[in-house]
Design a protein around this ligand. Structure first.
Ligand code: BES
Ligand code: MN
Ligand code: ZN
Length: 500
């Protein structure tokens, strides 16, 4: 990853390969822009007119060989209407600037972005947002492709300097960059795991990835099939029946807080491929079901970030992982499973497998008596229909927890939106032959899936994030390449930091 540091100083004096300055709507210069204008005489407005740069948000204009400055390139990036700016705009500007200059020949660049005013944001917030934009925006998953850029002689960015208005704030700005680094490492780790194809990212692979996280305060246990049988995770075993690959049950314990503090439990759905089982999915886009382990990836990403930040909280991570395939021993519609908790489940659709393996993972987590439980799962297609890619579905048992999670979602732009969990919805998963059935009909599919999960968390404060629509993205955005997004990591890292 590109290095990011913080500095204060005038733009005309920077010796970087490029100096990036915001230009507000109506070609309005910010302080750094004005300083540059003074140093260069009349050059800047003339240039800007020549390049038709209006200062519209995201618009980029490069000026070469500007007189009286040291840098090779003066880059103006449109900030739009300053009154409307949010932290996410800064994140996007950081990403847009870095992407534009990466491979351009400029290797060291400085960004005068935190001087933009964002209502309610501190300088540290703004620096963190810009740094996140750079690191998230530059992420690419290209390990399976010949190195095109290198062949074409393109040079990657090497160092980004985030310029702040005064040296007085250097320490807090540097701390903000360190936070951004840890969080983005976690997000990009989750993205890497999600983007790995199903033939590489197997349950065993996820176990190895969990074991690769190393810290004095972290203990990781990976159960193989025989340990899972001994423990009695029969929901996980039932879903695994159709697959030739062994399942894994992964437990992570991080002791960052006081010894007796109850942990926050983070539970993840780790379907390394979901073909639907006997209730097989249609062929179109079935390849995307390699992303059905993104809940597990979010949990691992959060552990990676929490460790790097030495977050002063205790965490319990629980991941259930298997494939959902159609082998000769596959579980079938009509089967009844006795889950780890003892609750019996009538299987009416083998494609509603996530809730079955989460039943065991949640029950195990609840047994450890955590302070609260948060689960992450690409659980329902219905959630994609309801919220699309803009927000994860947010449900659970504890109003205060849900409100805080929603706030963290807004703050980080890793958003989540609440759906109701009225008692009445529980009717839809009543079974005539077992305690519950694994499908609740077409209506309110995201909610009835959450109702199913609610049966396994006892009375504990619990929140469920349905990341089916947010975990990956086939279009790409300013801050996320096409593919896995790392959804949930930034949201819950912010939540845990506020909690600590
Ligand atoms: N992993 C899928 C949910 C999913 C589908 C996520 C599409 C993202 C995109 C899950 O296991 C599933 O198949 N759910 C079924 C449940 C239904 C059978 C009750 C669904 O949503 O169709
Ligand atoms: Mn499924
Ligand atoms: Zn699934």
């Amino acid at each position: 990853m590109v290095e990011i540091s913080v500095k204060a100083g005038d733009p005309n004096k920077q010796r970087d390969d490029a100096v990036v300055l915001p230009l507000l709507a109506g070609r309005k210069l910010t302080n750094a822009g004005k300083a540059l204008q003074e140093a260069t005489g009349k050059a800047i407005p003339q240039y800007l007119r020549k390049f038709d740069h209006l200062g519209k948000f995201g618009e980029i204009g490069l000026l070469y060989e500007v007189e009286q400055v040291f840098t090779q390139r003066v880059v103006f990036i449109g900030g739009g209407d300053e009154k409307k700016l949010t932290l996410h705009h800064l994140r996007r500007l950081g990403a847009l600037a870095a992407r534009k200059l990466d491979g351009s020949g400029a290797r060291d660049i400085s960004l005068y972005l935190p001087e933009l005013n964002v209502r309610g944001a501190s300088l540290a917030d703004k620096v963190q947002a810009v740094a996140e934009g750079v690191w998230l925006g530059l992420y690419r998953f290209e390990k399976y492709q010949a190195k095109k850029d290198e062949q074409e002689g393109k040079r990657e960015l090497r160092a980004v300097t985030i310029m702040i208005p005064s040296r007085r704030h250097l320490a807090e700005a540097e701390a903000a960059v360190r936070t951004a680094r840890s969080v983005c490492d976690g997000v990009n780790f989750a993205r890497d795991l999600g983007n790995e194809p199903g033939n590489v990212c197997t349950p065993a692979f996820l176990g190895e990835q969990a074991l690769s996280l190393k810290h004095a305060k972290l203990k990781v246990t990976v159960m193989d099939k025989s340990a899972i049988e001994k423990a009695g995770f029969k929901g996980l075993l039932a879903v695994n029946q159709g697959s030739d690959k062994e399942p894994r049950f992964i437990v992570l314990r991080y002791q960052g807080g006081a010894k007796d503090d109850k942990p926050v439990a983070l539970v993840g759905k780790g379907l390394t491929f979901d073909a639907g089982g006997i209730s097989i999915k249609p062929a179109a886009q079935m390849d995307e079901m390699k992303f059905d382990m993104c809940g597990a990836a979010a949990v691992l990403g959060i552990f990676k970030a929490a460790i790097a930040l030495e977050l002063p909280v205790n965490l319990l991570g629980v991941i259930a992982s298997t494939e959902n395939l159609l082998g000769g021993s596959a579980y079938k519609p009509g089967d009844i499973i006795t889950s780890y908790k003892g609750v019996t489940i009538e299987v009416l659709n083998t494609d509603a497998e996530g809730r079955i393996i989460l039943a065991d993972a949640l029950a195990y987590a609840a047994e450890q008596q955590p302070a609260e439980i948060i689960d992450f799962a690409t659980l329902t297609g219905a959630c994609v229909i309801a919220l699309g890619g803009e927000a994860s579905g947010l449900m659970g048992s504890d109003e205060a927890m849900l409100r805080k999670l929603q706030t963290s979602g807004d703050h980080t732009r890793d958003r989540a939106w609440p759906l109701p969990m009225y008692e009445e919805y529980q009717e839809q998963i009543k079974s005539s032959i077992a305690d519950i059935k694994n499908v609740g009909g077409r209506e309110a599919g995201t909610i009835t899936a959450a109702c199913f999960l609610s049966r396994f968390v006892d009375e504990l404060p619990w929140a469920h994030l349905d990341i089916a629509g947010t975990a990956w993205n086939m279009k790409g955005s300013d801050i996320a390449a096409k593919g896995a997004t790392g959804a949930g990591v930034r949201l819950v890292m912010d939540y845990l930091q506020r909690r600590a």
